[in-house]
Design a protein around this ligand. Structure first.
Ligand code: ASP
Length: 318
């Protein structure tokens, strides 16, 4: 069995390409990198890679990570500027024994030394969006941080190897140097080829409080299904946050186990995922939270997907 699952509809093309590669017998490490790069390279996906949303100083600072579920090799970059494919830099770092998580200038220095492609990641559209938000914040009691999303994936190849990876520009208008959950092991991503992997998207500051991706893998290790583990982890963290802090931010997760079974859950109204396996053609699903805390997964119609994509392009100004 092979398979790949990803957060958000924006991963559609990447997952499709990933499935084709897995079918050919390609390794989960290369496949997940290719699939995430596809999202990073698309300018109208506003919260990942090129065209990503800037911080409060109008700079695009990117977070990304990669984990190998066989060896537990991990690499991550945070607050990285001016490089085209953060996920590839994270994957390269995972080959190192020490210095596997690099931030800001140090990460950029490493990327330069290793010959990664330099690129100005701030598009004219993202700059215009930033200027509009700055103006808006002067007059309204606006929400500076609304507008974020991470592409997170879990991949299983024909040899049973699993990987997990993430890439994001984090919260729109975040403070310079802010790091979210996406490059933090156990929070934004985790994978163990013996059991399965998970990845998260939503408010990083809250996702990291529950080490949510590790928790999902732990629950799968105890025998829970990916769907059961995702729902349990989201609902428990949501409840704990509300009990302790009166509120919980957006928490959305995906998971796949060693058998290629998968699941997703959220505490918000609308969350989308993309998944394809040896048994199922790649498809977009809407994850719909029910009043009892369970999530219903519905395959999105092609009309819905087109419409959603169109909305995204309009929002991105293309
Ligand atoms: N979790 C990301 C962050 O906090 C953003 C997101 O996935 O929506 O940086």
């Amino acid at each position: 069995m092979w398979g790949i699952i990803a957060t958000w509809r924006m991963a559609k093309e990447g997952v499709k390409e990933g499935c084709a590669l897995l079918k050919e017998g390609k390794a989960a490490g290369d496949v997940i990198e290719t699939a995430i790069r596809r999202v990073e390279d698309t300018p109208y996906y506003q919260s990942v890679g090129y065209g990503g949303l800037p911080n409060e100083e109008s700079e695009v600072e990117l977070d990304a990570a990669y984990m190998d579920g066989d060896t537990w090799s991990v690499g991550a970059v945070a607050a990285l500027r001016d490089y085209a494919n953060p996920v590839s830099i994270a994957k390269r770092l995972s080959e190192e024994k020490v210095n596997i998580v690099l931030v800001g200038e140090g990460a950029e220095k490493f990327a330069h030394k290793e010959g990664f492609e330099r690129k100005n990641m701030l598009t004219a559209q993202a700059k215009a969006k930033y200027q509009k938000r700055v103006e808006g914040l002067k007059t309204e009691a606006g929400q500076p941080y609304s507008g974020h999303d991470t592409v997170g994936m879990v991949c299983l190849d024909t040899r049973g190897k699993m990987t997990s990876a993430t890439s994001t520009s984090g919260l729109f208008m975040k403070r310079k140097g802010r790091v979210g959950d996406s490059p933090l092991i156990g929070s934004g991503f985790y994978v163990d080829s013996q059991y399965g992997g998970a990845s998260a998207t939503g408010l990083g500051e809250d996702l990291m409080k529950g080490c949510i991706s590790y928790e999902i893998v732990r629950l799968m290790r105890e025998g829970m299904s990916p769907q059961g583990a995702c729902e349990r982890a989201v609902n428990q963290l949501d409840q704990e946050l509300r009990r302790r802090r009166m509120e919980a931010g957006d928490l959305s997760v995906i998971a796949m186990n060693q058998k290629g079974e998968w699941g997703a859950a959220t505490n918000i109204k609308e969350f989308t995922i993309v998944v394809g396996t040896e048994a199922e053609e790649p498809a977009v699903y809407q994850v719909i939270r029910q009043p009892d805390g369970h999530c219903q997964l519905e395959k999105a119609t092609s009309e819905w997907v087109e419409n959603d994509e169109q909305k995204e392009k309009v929002a991105a100004g293309v």
